[in-house]
Write a protein that binds this ligand. Structure first.
Ligand code: ZN
Length: 245
């Protein structure tokens, strides 16, 4: 019975602390407890999201809060020189029972530079970060699909490694540097930590769209629209990334 009593007390304490925090919401000085396009560090965004979950519960919190959050697969980000790129995601989908398709946004943050980019998909954010942090990456040779890149796992095959080390410039064979590989139409995601130096394995399809800063494509203009929780009809970016819910 003692155990039961302790558990009850602990629960009551949590509930009281939550009520207290709700009553003092105006004293919150961290990142906004909702969607924002302003720059914050990954730690600030994480603290705000944790606080939101403390106040509102964590069930369905990505969808309910629209807040930036880390996704488990991304780990600790990618370092290159003085840069460190980290990815967070936000779900802008409408609440349950409301009309409209969902929407996902990806943000890549380079905290040492206080730089960030917000894009409609992970690949676009990753490409923009490389434009920011890894000048010249778009000129790297593309490893052809005729060469088997991996035998399983992240380790490159000997043949692929030989091909890359013989052709990539020395200054691009350093920690955090990317490689570019030719992909099949169904495997075009850029994969972090999959270059021999812990950087991204970038799909060759990245080179088919221009650098973000120079782009005047409809995709970029769309990205710069103000945020609306319920996306307008015809906006078909599917909700996804349900890996770590
Ligand atoms: Zn940077």
């Amino acid at each position: 019975m003692t155990e039961h009593t302790d558990g009850q007390l602990a629960f009551d304490f949590d509930a009281m602390a939550r009520e207290d925090a709700r009553a003092r919401l105006d004293e919150w000085e961290g990142a906004p407890l909702g969607f924002t396009r302003d720059y914050f560090t990954p730690t600030q965004l994480n603290e705000a999201f944790e606080h939101w979950k403390f106040l509102n519960g964590s069930l369905g919190s990505w969808k309910r809060s629209h807040m930036w959050h880390r996704e488990g697969w991304n780990g600790d980000g990618t370092e290159f020189g003085d840069h460190r790129g980290e990815i967070v995601g936000a779900e802008l989908g409408p609440e349950d029972g409301h009309e409209g398709p969902g929407g996902m946004l990806t943000q890549m943050i380079c905290e040492p530079c206080e730089w960030h980019v917000i894009a409609e998909d992970d690949n676009a954010a990753v490409e923009a970060w490389h434009d920011h942090a890894v000048p010249g990456w778009r000129e790297l040779p593309v490893l052809p699909a005729t060469i088997r890149v991996r035998d399983g796992g992240a380790t490159l095959s000997k043949l692929a490694m030989k091909w890359i080390t013989e052709r990539y410039p020395q200054h691009m064979q350093v920690p955090g540097a990317p490689i570019i590989t030719e992909r099949s139409p169904h495997g075009t995601r850029h994969v972090h930590h999959y270059s021999p130096w812990g950087g991204y394995d970038i799909s060759h399809t990245a080179l088919e769209r221009p650098a973000l800063a120079e782009s005047t494509s409809p995709a970029l203009r769309r990205e710069l629209r103000p945020f609306t929780p319920a996306s307008p009809a015809g906006h078909t970016r599917p909700a996804g990334h349900d890996l770590t819910r």
